[in-house]
Write a protein that binds this ligand. Sequence first.
Ligand SMILES: C[S@@+](CC[C@H](N)C(=O)[O-])C[C@H]1O[C@@H](n2cnc3c(N)ncnc32)[C@H](O)[C@@H]1O
Length: 466
Amino acid sequence: MDYFPLFVKLKNQPCLVVGAGEVAARKIEVLGKAGARITVIAEQLGPSVAALQSALNLTLIQKRFSADDVLGMRLVISATNNRATNELVAAAAENHRIPVNVVDNPDLCSFIFPAIVDRSPLIAAISSGGASPVLARILRAKIESLIPAAYGRLAQFAEEFRLLVKQRIKQPSQRRIFWENMLHGHVAELVFTGKIQEAELELKSQLLLAEQATTKGEVYLIGAGPGDPDLLTFRALRLMQQADVIVYDRLVSDGILEMARRDAEKIYVGKQRSNHSLPQESINELLANLALSGKRVARLKGGDPFIFGRGGEEIETLMQQGIPFQVVPGITAASGCATYAGIPLTHRDHAQSCTFVTGHLKDGSINLNWKQLAAPNQTIVIYMGLVGLYTICQALIEHGCPPDHPIAIIQQGTTQNQRVITGTLTDMPRLAEQADIKPPTLIIVGTVVSLHEKLHWFQSGQPPHS
Ligand SMILES: C[S@@+](CC[C@H](N)C(=O)[O-])C[C@H]1O[C@@H](n2cnc3c(N)ncnc32)[C@H](O)[C@@H]1O
């Protein structure tokens, strides 16, 4: 982080703007919105600044800048097109440790202006740290379109009830849940449509209910997809951002975890082949206990929770104990990896069906219906198959697959580290060893693999095309 984000109170604080052209006028307007007491020093006054004088009660001084002008100021902005003056202003402010911004001269600035989404009292500030102001503005436009204009009204409404809610709901975690329900749901809609009195009544009746309610959390069993954070569903993201605790597996990428609520407690229950950090039964218990203590728990699982994910076992325990839960499907590795490798799982000329199997059983053996899997015109996707790769290739050949039948291995699919190697059932064990392929890997068997050469589109090491 090159710049520390901070909101500064400038109401009635003396601020100096050097320069009085169009650029200065825009900065003056922003300072004016924050209620600053603004002095403008410039040799020539532009019409836009002059027009702001009475509305913002500006002190306009027509003269050349001198170093003493910064004395007593809280903030200094230099918006002239004269490099020498800008340097003088920056040096004078620095001498007195006064934050200074020189417009379009990042090297002379001790602070920079963010792009702002203003829904006062709610403000979102976006900065690229000077790297690309245009990118910051594009992001601002996106946020602008996401946040209804009435959000400011909602924030004011929440402020009015803040103290009352604090007095009535003592526990911070319960209070947070209450506010999240209010600000997401019916009350927020009433405020947006201007029905403030109805919103007040609704909030008060919800407050009564919340006071009487016993503390019981819930569990969100969330499919986090195969790795690329962009493949999360909206619902997954929303629930991750409201959860108090995140319980996650080894296959959940750092990029995904970063999208969870910042102050949520994060518990790693990782799982590696033959090296379960926490046995499944303990994970089930952990989820139940966290929820019973009133927490909202996001249980993040790689891919889809119901595909080789043991998600069913986790919710069974919750169900037995009467704990509320919801399940969010995720993009399973087969779908994500095949797509990012440019291998369609079905294709009119190649495969009319697709079967997902696991290449790893509880006791370490592989016990699959080889005869069925070796039949033509289908695609087989094998999860957890790397260790048994040689056995899998041999068994398929023995049961009727041609020795040159295509096979692909995708390592860390959909991520910036994705690797795809293709070959035949005969040479793949050797190729995988030579390429030093490491888990997590997904195996795809079938003639659809031959399409990879033509259809691959995703380059690892750079983000996918948008
Ligand atoms: C325990 S299973 C979990 C599957 C997950 N529930 C899903 O729907 O994708 C873990 C296996 O999924 C596969 N897998 C998951 N993510 C992967 C990825 N990004 N790249 C390749 N294989 C992956 C690997 O075979 C890994 O051993």
